[in-house]
Design a protein around this ligand. Structure first.
Ligand SMILES: [Zn+2]
Ligand SMILES: [Zn+2]
Length: 421
């Protein structure tokens, strides 16, 4: 039996690659217009980085990491998210001495051992953006603006809803948390098993539960927004003012808590109604204190991650793949030798052509040309070689014209910029 790909991973095939390339190209363009620079951390790190950076009690660290020992017995983990790695690099390379905010982005695969289901993979891909060293609420609004600009340029903004929340900070969240736990314990009978387990382990995440039976109870749960301290309430209201000033629409969603321990104050998600339960296409928030937790300077930060698989699913099918301009058909070895150098010449000037190898019959090569959908073929047999010319055939009309062999390269280049088929 042939070896197959591992469960829960997927190949991005040539027919799908243009959509991925488009997302990446648009992301780079938008991020760089806002001053973000690319960073490419490795895809594995010491396990303790994620345990510390994401939080020991999160589902990710407890259940979903690909952790292994290398040959020296050191515990390593394939990154389940990018922020911890980016911040580790930020501290390790002293990037914090640069003018603040330091703006970084990265694009690449992440790894989580989750139950495979539609649209969820064990190796998945994210765009990640982080802005470090600035607490001003205008930065929160600006980071959200980057996200909306990205989806606007991809033509998807109208199909997404921005959810916005503040989850408070060390000053106000503990009291809210206590109040929430008391409420959840009181109503434990109305909640699912996962909710009851999370009540003790990570109570804010209970608010994330999607079970229909839990909704009436969770809708009546105390709201974090009623518990924000003055600093957090003010920060949140200014973020909203700045979003309003930029005409960015959002829905305040007090139950939006996100899956990471490290978030404080602003959190946000971009949601779609088109992908079933996998409705978050992007999410992020502020994580003041995380850099310090990783033994860096007391630099605040805010960022987001975009799930690329989900974005690609929302994009229309890629336009037809690019087709080479012509198939060069040498009939025999001498013609092949001549056309090899013509092909090399035009390819080095950026023109895509296909080349036969001289061994097949003309009929077979024309059949190949049809399957490649090339607009032209160039035929060179012994007769043409003797006359020093090549025949260019328009595959649409069937019309043929001879071109001197020593001007073939220029003729092909002219056809590239010239007449459509
Ligand atoms: Zn539940
Ligand atoms: Zn607060």
């Amino acid at each position: 039996m042939a070896i197959k790909a591992v469960r829960g991973v997927h190949d991005i095939l040539p027919a799908d690659a243009p959509r991925w390339q488009r997302v990446e190209a648009v992301a780079r363009e938008v991020f760089e217009a806002y001053g973000y620079k690319e960073i490419r951390p490795p895809i594995f790190e010491r396990t303790e980085l994620f345990a510390r950076g994401i939080g020991e009690v999160t589902d990710i660290v407890q259940k979903e990491m690909y952790t292994f020992e290398d040959r020296t017995g050191e515990s390593l983990t394939l990154r389940p998210e990018a922020t911890a790695s980016v911040l580790r690099a930020y501290v390790e390379h002293g990037l914090h001495v640069q003018p603040k905010p330091v703006r970084l982005y990265t694009i690449g695969p992440m790894f989580r051992y989750e139950r495979p289901q539609a649209g969820r993979y064990r190796q998945f891909h994210q765009l990640n953006l982080e802005a470090l060293g600035e607490v001003h609420p205008a930065l929160d609004a600006e980071v959200i603006a980057v996200l909306m600009e990205l989806f606007g340029r991809l033509g998807l903004a109208d199909r997404l809803t921005l959810s916005l929340n503040s989850i408070g900070d060390g000053a106000c969240r503990p009291a809210y948390r206590e109040n929430l736990v008391a409420y959840l314990r009181q109503n434990a009978g109305e909640l699912c098993g996962e909710c009851r387990a999370r009540t003790e382990r990570n109570p804010l995440r209970v608010l994330d539960c999607k079970q229909p039976g839990c909704q009436p109870t969770l809708e009546k749960a105390p709201s974090i927004l009623d518990w924000l301290c003055q600093g957090c309430a003010q920060h949140f209201s200014r973020v909203r003012d700045y979003l309003d000033a930029m005409d960015l629409a959002y829905r305040v969603t007090p139950r939006l808590v996100r899956g990471f321990d490290y978030y404080v104050r602003t959190t946000f998600e971009l949601l779609t109604g088109e992908l079933g339960a996998q409705n978050a296409v992007a999410g992020g928030g502020r994580y003041d204190g995380l850099v310090q937790l990783l033994e860096g300077p007391p630099d605040p930060g805010i960022g987001f991650a975009v799930g690329m698989e989900r974005v690609v699913l929302l994009l229309p099918a890629a336009p037809a793949e690019a087709v080479p301009l012509a198939l060069l058909i040498p009939l025999g070895e001498a013609a092949l030798v001549r056309l090899l150098s013509v092909a090399r010449g035009v390819r080095s000037r950026g023109l895509a052509v296909e080349l036969g190898y001289g061994a097949r019959k003309l009929r077979n090569e024309l059949d190949r040309a049809n399957r490649l959908k090339v607009p032209y073929v160039v035929i060179v047999g012994d007769g043409e070689l003797q006359k020093g010319e090549a025949l260019i055939r328009d595959m649409g009309s069937g019309a043929q014209r001879p071109v001197p062999l020593d001007r073939l390269e220029e003729a092909l280049m002219a056809m590239k910029s010239g007449e459509p088929r």
